[in-house]
Every structure is written in structure tokens, then in C-alpha cells.
Ligand binder design. Structure first.
Ligand code: COI
Length: 326
């Protein structure tokens, strides 16, 4: 695959033709910022969100738990020393964006409108310090399946060379810095024919963490487990919703450290995420061994996803107050 070319904006008129040195007291030069002629704008801090709007059969437009995303952005911003929109400002901006792009929301059953709120720190700064300016942007795009596999089971790869986050870091924050470094791991897994990478914990290289783009669940009989949100994995809104739905549907639900060895005994494995939805995993390859899981017949992941989608699209009555009508 071709790597996108780097576009460097050139604005010759912004440069001075003058070869003379600028008027600076060079002996007093420290590390404070001295404004120069030209700034190539750079991004310093960045956190983002993902949420979806659905067109219901009866014509309503529904958002799914947008306040959860707002609150995650707020917590993430605190961690990254960024000012953040209030819950209300965030939800209003999402509503406004969806409303203005209403005609791009796919018809029922054909996908959803993915909404991407983004908070960026920008501006002229050299040292390691919070940015002087912040921009909150919300944009949207109609989407359907995240993986090229469509709804077919995913084949995941545990690449032990890479970890996604470590204790004390910012793995629990939806920071752009958690996503750029995994691109290489994903590219290598794809070259080898896999769908995505499943990361192990940084300390022991033993416990499941998450996949590059989604959380992971394992099913054994009536038990459903997923790794706990202890700061190194993302507290997914879909993850949380599936945990609640599974409990109501009578499963024994557990958030626990899952040793990679538990995969051998798992009946089913699935991934959850706003972009991904609930995706069954057909295999996980670890240390050259391919472990396979059930992907046909009655699947726990299918049952849970059907309830989730039913709520999101208004087919199932929302008694939890999860949906927000626009
Ligand atoms: C989402 O699931 O909405 C995300 O933001 C994950 C991203 C890697 C697409």
C-alpha cells in the first residue's frame, strides 16, 4: 500500500527575503518563544471521540449515549492538561453536526452516521507544556462495516514486539498518541493476513489488553469476561453497554485480568467498539499457534449485538435512557 505523500505548504510570501539577522539580543537567548516570521502550524495535544447517529424505522434520528463520550473526553482532557467542552457543549455540538448532516445518515439497516469529535492543542510553542490554543471540531461521515472483512469473523494476531500502553501512561485516554504508534503493528499484521493486533499487558506480557481499535471479550459457557479498565485500556462505551446488556440477559459477567492462556479454553471471543460494533473473532494467533473459536450457530456475540443494535436503532424500547432523539 502506498504511503500518503507529505504535503508541505509553501508560502514564499510569508518568508523574509532579507538575509540580515533578526533583531534579537542573542546573548540573552533562553528557551522562551521568540516569534519569528512564519509558522507551519503544528498539533501538540490531541484527543478524540467516536459516536454514531442512527435512522430508526419510524424516521427518528437517535444518538447513542453521547454524554458517555462527552464525559470520557472531559476525563481525557484533564489527564492531558487540556481545557474541554462541558458535557452539554459536547452533546450540543454532536447534535448540531448530526442535524446539519441529516441527509447523510444511512437508511435503516444500511449503516450509521459516525461522528468524530476532536480536541486539539495547537500553536507556537517549543517547550514541553500545554498548548496555548485549543480547537474543538466535530465532523461526521456515513459508515457501515469497520473491517474489510465486513461481518465475517476477525483473525487477530498477538505481536509480542509491541505493547499499546503501560501502567502510569495514558492508555485509558482516547489520545491520538495511543493510535499512531499501533499503525505499524497493524500494517505488519495485515501483511501477514490478519485483521488486527491484540495487545498483551506491558508488564507481564501475559494478560489480554485490547485490540488496536476495540475492546476484547471472551465467552466460556455462561461466563463472559473482559479486561478491567485499570488505566491501560480504553473504557469503551460499547464495552460498557455490552457488559450491562449481558448482565440483564443472565450471563455471569466479569471484568478481570485474562491470561492469554485462557484463550485455549474459550468458546467464543468477540470485540466491541463504536466503530467496530460487536465483531466475532474466528482465530487468534499467538507464538505461531492459531487458536480457533466458535463462529457459527447460536453465538453469544450475535445475541448481545442484536439487543445493542435494537436499542441503538429504536427497534427495542429504550428503558435505560441510552438513546437521545434529535
Ligand atoms: C471507535 O470505535 O469509535 C474508535 O474511535 C476507534 C477508532 C480506532 C476508529
Amino acid at each position: 500500500e502506498a504511503v500518503a505523500s507529505l504535503q508541505i505548504a509553501s508560502q514564499p510570501s510569508a518568508y523574509s527575503d532579507d538575509d540580515e539577522l533578526a533583531d534579537v539580543d542573542w546573548d540573552k537567548l533562553g528557551f522562551g518563544l521568540t516569534p519569528t516570521e512564519y509558522i507551519s502550524e503544528n498539533r501538540i495535544q490531541g484527543i478524540y471521540e467516536g459516536t454514531k447517529a442512527y435512522r430508526a424505522e419510524d424516521g427518528r434520528i437517535l444518538l447513542f449515549r453521547p454524554a458517555q463520550n462527552a464525559s470520557r473526553m472531559k476525563h481525557g482532557a484533564e489527564r492531558m492538561l487540556m481545557p474541554s467542552p462541558s458535557i452539554q457543549q459536547f452533546v450540543d455540538a454532536v447534535k448540531e453536526t448530526v442535524f446539519a448532516n441529516k441527509r447523510w445518515i444511512p437508511p435503516p439497516g444500511k449503516g450509521s452516521l459516525y461522528v468524530r469529535p476532536l480536541l486539539l492543542g495547537t500553536g507556537p510553542i517549543l517547550g514541553l507544556a500545554p498548548a496555548p490554543e485549543y480547537t474543538f471540531i466535530v465532523y461526521a461521515s456515513p459508515v457501515r462495516n469497520y473491517f474489510k472483512e465486513g461481518t465475517a469473523p476477525l483473525n487477530l494476531y498477538i505481536d509480542e514486539e509491541f505493547v499499546r500502553a503501560s501502567p502510569g501512561g495514558a492508555g485509558g485516554v482516547k489520545s491520538i498518541t495511543n493510535y499512531a504508534p499501533v499503525l505499524k503493528a497493524i500494517a505488519r499484521a495485515k501483511e501477514r493476513g490478519f485483521s488486527d493486533v491484540l495487545y498483551l499487558d506491558a508488564m507481564n506480557r501475559k494478560y489480554l489488553e485490547e485490540v488496536s481499535s476495540c475492546n476484547i471479550f471472551i465467552v466460556k459457557g455462561n461466563h463472559i469476561s473482559t479486561p478491567p479498565t485499570n488505566g491501560t485500556i480504553l473504557a469503551g462505551v460499547t464495552r460498557k453497554s455490552i457488559l450491562e446488556i449481558a448482565r440483564v440477559q443472565g450471563y455471569q459477567v466479569e471484568e478481570r485480568a485474562i491470561p492469554v492462556d485462557d484463550l485455549v479454553d474459550a468458546d467464543e471471543v468477540f470485540c466491541t467498539g463504536t466503530a467496530v460494533g460487536v465483531a466475532p473473532v474466528g482465530s487468534i494467533t499467538y507464538q505461531s499457534k492459531r487458536i480457533e473459536f466458535k463462529t457459527e450457530g447460536s453465538l453469544v456475540s450475535k445475541e448481545l449485538y442484536s439487543t445493542l443494535v435494537g436499542l441503538q436503532t429504536g427497534r427495542i424500547e429504550d428503558k435505560k435512557g441510552w438513546t437521545v432523539e434529535i
